[in-house]
Design a protein around this ligand. Structure first.
Ligand code: SF4
Length: 461
């Protein structure tokens, strides 16, 4: 998961991109970068770490440009070094181009080998660099066609932004795995992974860039849309709604907070429990906790607080503090938990060790009973579409039944929102628009060690 933003036709394009990246920081904290153009040349700045640490105030305010693209990285392919920080920039026969990517292309290793063997250099070891390599060696006679040519040779998840001296091109793969919203500015246009990125500077939400759409933005003309790829059933990431997206965003066109409220309400219907208080696990469990409270009428209490200022955890190897990583971030409020039967609501349970430590923390604070409710179904399979979920071996629900997981994590009871319930909560009750692979192990694309939807359909017919 990464964050991308692009601004076209605005005199403060760099500043707006910077602000947007700050808002998109939760989507990737490994590195950040911006490439911008004044119509003459492309200028790049990248660095490791958070956006606020990569750019100085002077750089942001004194960088003349009318168009820019920006990226926050969370790696799913390639090393964690400055060479892998995006946007990438390369000299091509079309002039300098820059590119950035949210998603994952799982089958580019062979293409990378071929490009290198034929004498085409790659700017990095990542899947994104292969797209830039394919674009550079394309025989098409303009950069947009060459970009489309390159994308038509890869399979997987991409929301990609391309910048030249006079164009910003945004593309979403035909499944639409990762989100991209289009907004109108007082001058010009903005595209971003989440609407919260441009809400900050009063960009007006226009619409989603559609699955399979290639959107061309220029300084003087209205946006132009192309649909060059074969269409397929969309597979937008369900986890964006559950966990990744900010609660103040719209994702895939839907307001995240309202969806999380519905998830919590449905969870309370599916897994009711007698309890004294509902406690959400901050931050992403809070929306569903509100919904659970509304539906169950059990009082909601802020029984856990989250510390946003602690920064990185330093673990002293000579002095072990049990559960320190979790305690570093979360702190219980004993007054609200002591003697209570608690419903703990979280967005998901992946490996199980975090929730185990939270349950222990809540019990130590005096809770009499701890009932756990998850606003997503059991995660049984890894993601190959842009999310660095764990390998199957590490996913607790891939190996244990729900009753066994409950015992393992030390809960008095455990309930997961059903897949049907989650799809209902995001307004897709028939499951026609969303990817559910990490809950089913059935993938829309070719994956190693999983079942692709096509294979699955052949088997089941
Ligand atoms: S496998 Fe899961 S995390 Fe990955 S795109 Fe699909 S729903 Fe999202």
């Amino acid at each position: 998961m990464c964050g991308v933003i692009g601004v076209m036709g605005h005199p403060r394009a760099v500043y707006l991109s910077y602000l947007g990246l700050r808002r998109l920081q939760p989507r990737g904290q490994e590195s950040a970068g911006i490439v911008a153009t004044d119509g003459e040349s492309l200028v790049q700045k990248r660095g490791m770490g958070h956006v606020k640490d990569v750019f100085t105030d002077a750089e942001i305010t004194n960088w003349p440009a009318h168009a820019a693209i920006g990226h926050n990285r969370y790696s799913t392919a390639g090393d964690s070094t400055i060479d892998e920080a995006q946007p990438f920039m390369q000299q091509t026969k079309f002039g300098k181009v820059a590119i950035c990517h949210n998603g994952h292309l799982p089958h580019t290793a062979e293409q990378a080998r071929q490009l290198l063997a034929s004498g085409h250099g790659l700017v990095s070891t990542s899947d994104t660099a292969v797209v830039l390599g394919l674009l550079s060696q394309s025989e098409k006679d303009n950069v947009v066609d060459a970009f489309i040519d390159a994308l038509s040779q890869v399979e997987g998840a991409y929301t990609m932004l391309l910048l030249t001296r006079d164009k910003l091109v945004a593309a979403r793969d035909p499944y639409g795995f990762r989100p991209l919203a289009l907004g109108k500015l007082d001058e010009g246009w903005v595209v971003a992974s989440e609407t919260a990125a441009f809400q900050l500077f009063e960009g007006k939400y226009e619409r989603e860039v559609l699955p399979g759409e290639v959107l061309i933005l220029t300084r003087d003309q209205a946006p132009q849309s192309l649909y060059p790829f074969p269409t397929t059933q969309p597979a937008e990431c369900l986890f964006e709604h559950v966990y990744f997206a900010r609660p103040d965003s719209k994702v895939f066109g839907s307001p995240v907070s309202s969806e999380r409220l519905r998830m919590g309400r449905r969870l309370a219907q599916e897994h009711p429990v007698s309890a004294d208080v509902v406690v959400g696990i901050p931050d992403s469990g809070m929306g569903a906790a509100f919904g659970f409270h509304e539906e169950s009428k059990i009082p909601l209490r802020l029984g856990l607080t989250r510390d946003h200022h602690m920064g990185r955890t330093f673990i002293d190897p000579n002095y072990e503090i049990r559960g320190l990583k979790v305690k570093y971030k979360l702190s219980p409020v004993p007054d609200l938990l002591d003697g209570q039967r608690v419903v703990l609501v979280d967005d998901s349970i992946v490996r199980g060790n975090t929730i185990m430590e939270i349950i222990e923390m809540v019990r130590k604070a005096g809770a009499r009973e701890v009932h756990v409710r998850s606003s997503s179904p059991p995660v049984i399979s890894p993601c190959y579409q842009g999310i660095d979920t764990k390998s199957k071996d590490e996913l607790i629900a891939a190996h244990l039944t729900i009753e066994e997981i409950g015992r393992e994590i030390g809960a008095d009871s455990l309930g997961y929102l059903s897949r049907e319930g989650l799809l209902w909560a995001v307004g897709d009750p028939e499951g026609k628009r969303h990817c559910t692979s990490c809950f089913t192990g059935v993938y829309p694309i070719r994956v190693e060690g999983g079942t692709s939807k096509n294979q699955h359909e052949m088997v089941s017919t």
